[in-house]
Design a protein around this ligand. Structure first.
Ligand code: COA
Length: 438
């Protein structure tokens, strides 16, 4: 058994025993109650699912197995000469709860390289799609096209003991994480660079090699990818891409089917597509104003026009967070260190000053602060990755790490089919009527 699998098995076996006991001894204890405005309003805040890999606090932001983003920056192994965390390290942390050593991360990097070959049918499937197919659609189809390789699905067909579900899910998760940068790079190069593909450089780490296969050789861009692919990986279980992956996975659909479901959720403008929307919105603003250096007053007027047209300001607001997103701050710090004079970065920082008071003045927006998507595009534009329809795929490559680490945990804990209760509006009205009679 490989070292990560062995460690995961040890940890997960202990947690599974605790969870079983918790359920048996305290299963009837109430952890939350549900209001009608939560039933109608997208189930906000209802504590109703188990998710081991990360926890989200409205004020502090994300913690991966107890470590926040500055901790990850400090503690996770880095590439030689680099200062950004390696996403391989985060995957190890999410599965084991332990910060890996440099050797452990090197092992994982080599292991993913060993598993990274794309099955032939993937290329055939992607090539059958028209070039104007949105990159996220190509990405989701590409993931599905690998499903016939699923170790879980193939073993399940042969007859698999429940106790071994986690083992084959781990194999699928490792294969998908290994292949996903190659799939994303393939889509990028076919869509925007005439199918001029770049062979991997296996001396590089997972994120560095991804940058190379996209066609970006600068060390700064490789560092950006290491940071980007780390901070987008997981955001507790209730967000749409994580929850969709979990829901699909709870039917014992394998990692490919589950991840594709999650990526379809990520492709929505209220979720991961917001990173593309932010750059689209800024570009439209600078085009409309006829300047690439708009004043704060001009930005404020444009924000008000956006709101008056019944649109959201992309990159602002969050269903859980109530402060500027630490993932936004991490990207801002990267920009301050490396590219503080980039024009788009300057606009993003001015927007950061202008938007919150305007959203606050509406009196209904619960969080007027920027989220992760408000900053990422400006960094990518600076390094020449200007094709913003592709940005959500980058998010998806990272999110794959979190949701598949979680799928391994769900299998190890033997979590059941997810099946919440729905009610009709007539049921709710009747419920109130009955309550009023009491
Ligand atoms: C992320 C988001 C979907 C969260 O939604 P939510 O939990 O329902 O947010 P709220 O409870 O604060 O919404 C209350 C109201 O404020 C509005 N609102 C929230 N964020 C807004 C924004 N950025 N611009 C304009 N209006 C916003 C909502 O549309 C809603 O209006 P309504 O009552 O007229 O329908 C929302 O903030 C949004 O649409 N943001 C822009 C898209 C984005 O950046 N998505 C990426 C998220 S990581």
């Amino acid at each position: 058994m490989d070292p990560l699998k062995l460690k995961f098995k040890e940890k997960a076996t202990a947690v599974a025993a605790n969870v079983k006991k918790l359920n048996k001894d305290f299963g009837e204890i109430i952890v939350d109650d549900v209001r009608i405005n939560q039933v109608i309003g997208g189930m906000r805040d209802i504590k109703s699912m188990l998710w081991e890999t990360s926890e989200l606090d409205a004020i502090e932001g994300i913690r991966f197995r107890g470590y926040n983003i500055p901790d990850l920056h400090r503690l996770l192994p880095k590439a030689k000469g680099g200062s950004e965390p390696l996403p391989e390290g985060l995957f190890w942390l999410m599965l084991t709860g332990e910060i890996p050593s440099q050797d452990e991360v090197n092992w994982l990097c080599d292991e993913w390289e060993r598993r990274s070959e794309l099955p032939k049918q993937v290329i055939k499937t992607i090539e059958s799609l028209s070039l104007d197919t949105h990159p996220m659609t190509q990405f989701s189809i590409g993931i599905l096209s690998m499903q016939s390789d699923s170790v879980f699905a193939n073993k399940y067909r042969e007859g698999l003991n429940k106790a071994d579900y986690w083992d084959v899910t781990y194999e699928d998760a490792m294969n998908v994480c290994a292949r996903i940068p190659k799939l994303a790079a393939y889509i990028y190069r076919r869509t925007y660079h005439n199918g001029n593909h770049i062979a991997p450089d296996n001396t590089l780490d997972w994120a560095g090699n991804f940058a190379h296969q996209l066609g970006y050789e600068g060390e700064d861009f490789k560092e950006l990818m290491r940071l980007y692919l780390t901070i987008h990986a997981d955001h507790e279980g209730g967000n749409a891409s994580a929850h969709a992956t979990h829901l699909v996975g709870s039917t014992l659909s394998d990692a490919y089917l589950s991840l594709s479901g999650g990526m379809n959720a990520l492709a929505g403008p209220l979720h991961g597509l917001a990173n593309q929307e932010v750059v689209g919105w800024i570009t439209e603003m600078t085009d409309t104003l006829g300047t690439t250096t708009p004043s704060k007053d001009q930005i404020a007027n444009y924000v008000k026009e956006t709101l008056a047209a019944g649109k959201v300001v992309p990159g602002y607001g969050h269903a859980v967070l109530r402060r500027p997103d630490p993932r936004f701050i991490a990207q801002k710090e990267f920009a301050e260190k490396n590219i503080k004079n980039a024009p788009m970065v300057q606009i993003v920082w001015d927007v950061f000053e202008v938007v919150p008071p305007i959203l606050e003045s509406l009196g209904k927006v619960k969080n007027p602060w920027p989220n992760v998507d408000a900053h990422s595009g400006a960094l990518l534009i600076h390094y020449g990755l200007t094709e913003y329809n592709f940005y959500t795929v980058l998010f998806g490559v990272s999110r794959t790490l979190g949701v598949l680490a979680s799928l391994c945990w769900s299998r190890a804990l033997g979590l059941p089919l997810e099946r919440p209760k729905s009610v009709s509006s007539a049921w709710l009205m009747n419920f109130i009527e009955e309550k009023n009679k009491q």
